[in-house]
Design a protein around this ligand. Structure first.
Ligand code: ATP
Ligand code: MG
Length: 353
């Protein structure tokens, strides 16, 4: 069986460091491992419109920004296909057929959909398209016969729902669709990075992000204003690590070698944490260290982004080419699906028999 990756991002804003540790860094590693036969990265504009229908310009503007973020982190258009979701019409047709296999109550029970409806204050006014996005996501994944989906932990319920659709489809119509697996980051601290405000998730729509495209001074200011431990008032006070966002970020981003390089008085993160717990270690010092740690990967991303920003015509071509390739692949899957469902009326003359 071929090994195929599909994942994507909603063009609702620039990508942030939560995307980086949750999914982008993994994608680049997988892309460069040479173990995959096909790799697709989707800019999910249609999904972004499900809760931004009145703001199409925002979605449109961010398509190019997400593409620039992809290229900046090291996604290589020679190895991976980058495409725009709404220009792959087969995805809608697949979504329509899959909707017949899913109940309303099953989607209502999807914990990510539930949490997002609450977070967006939709209550009883949830757009139908938004409500159904787990089904359209199943179409995105299965259209490419994806075997691995590198995403953050919030996507686990989507993958589960997708696998259910695959099972149901295959049991009703015969073995057709491929079951995907979630690919989570190797480091648990990266599953779901909290926001700068300490809120459960860094998210474009919560405005608590460090963006990959932020300049160095903006990043420094954001880090210096981060939520830490409200009970740690004097440097001499003992501090708490749990729920302290600066330490959560160090868990996610710091590597042993950063200590030797930037903070040699501590051998590792455990020693730093111990000192903080005992008291006598100020927030400013840890934040400065975190800033240096984050600049080790943000610096090169910024440089590459600037290079691609000077080549926007090339980015346009990459998107157009990628979308064409993706549409052909999804069309082929749609034909398999129609065949399995026996609605391929004009493929042969069997209808007349
Ligand atoms: P929106 O607020 O518009 O939903 P978002 O910030 O949640 O935006 P998405 O485009 O929905 O971003 O998510 C893209 C990918 O990034 C998904 O795989 C998701 O799991 C991952 N991701 C997003 N935020 C985080 C985070 N804070 N930590 C880890 N992974 C994340
Ligand atoms: Mg999201």
């Amino acid at each position: 069986m071929k090994k195929i990756i599909l994942t994507g991002d909603r063009p609702t804003g620039h990508l942030h460091v939560g995307h980086y540790v949750g999914s982008l860094a993994n994608r680049v590693t997988l892309q460069n491992s040479g173990e995959f036969d096909e790799i697709y990265f989707m800019i999910a504009d249609a999904q972004a419109l499900t809760d931004n229908a009145e703001n199409p310009e925002k979605v449109r503007q961010n398509v190019l920004q997400v593409a620039l973020d992809y290229l900046a982190v090291g996604i290589d258009p020679a190895k991976a296909t980058i495409f725009i979701q709404s220009l792959v019409p087969a995805l809608y047709e697949l979504t329509a057929y899959y909707m017949d296999l899913v109940t309303v109550s099953r989607v209502q029970r999807n914990p990510t959909v539930k949490a997002e409806i609450q977070q967006k204050n939709f209550e009883s006014s949830v757009p139908l398209g938004f409500f159904c996005y787990p089904v359209s996501q199943a179409a995105d994944i299965t259209a490419f016969h994806a075997t691995s989906v590198p995403v953050g932990e919030d996507q686990e319920p989507m993958l589960e729902q997708c696998r259910e659709i695959v099972h149901k489809f295959n049991s009703v119509y015969g073995e057709t669709l491929t079951e995907p697996n979630i690919y989570l980051p190797p480091n648990k601290a990266c599953y779901r990075l909290p926001g700068l405000d300490g809120k459960a998730k860094m998210s474009k729509s919560l405005g608590n992000c460090i963006y990959l495209s932020d300049d160095a001074e903006t990043v420094r200011k954001k880090i210096m204003s981060m939520y830490t431990d409200p009970t740690h008032i004097q440097v001499s006070d003992p501090g708490h690590i749990e729920g302290n966002t600066v330490f959560t970020y160090l868990d996610a981003f710091s590597k042993p070698e950063h200590f030797a390089e930037f903070l040699p008085e501590y051998a590792n993160l455990d020693e730093l944490k111990d000192h903080y717990r005992r008291g006598g270690l100020g927030d400013v010092k840890i934040k400065k260290f975190l800033n240096r740690v984050m600049e080790t990967f943000l610096g090169p991303i910024r440089t590459r982004r600037a290079e691609w920003e000077a080549r926007k015509e090339d980015v346009y071509d990459i998107l157009q080419e990628g979308t064409k390739r993706a549409a052909a692949k999804a069309d082929a899957t749609l034909q398999e699906v129609r065949r399995a469902m026996r609605i391929n009326y004009f493929e042969d003359k069997n209808l007349l028999k």
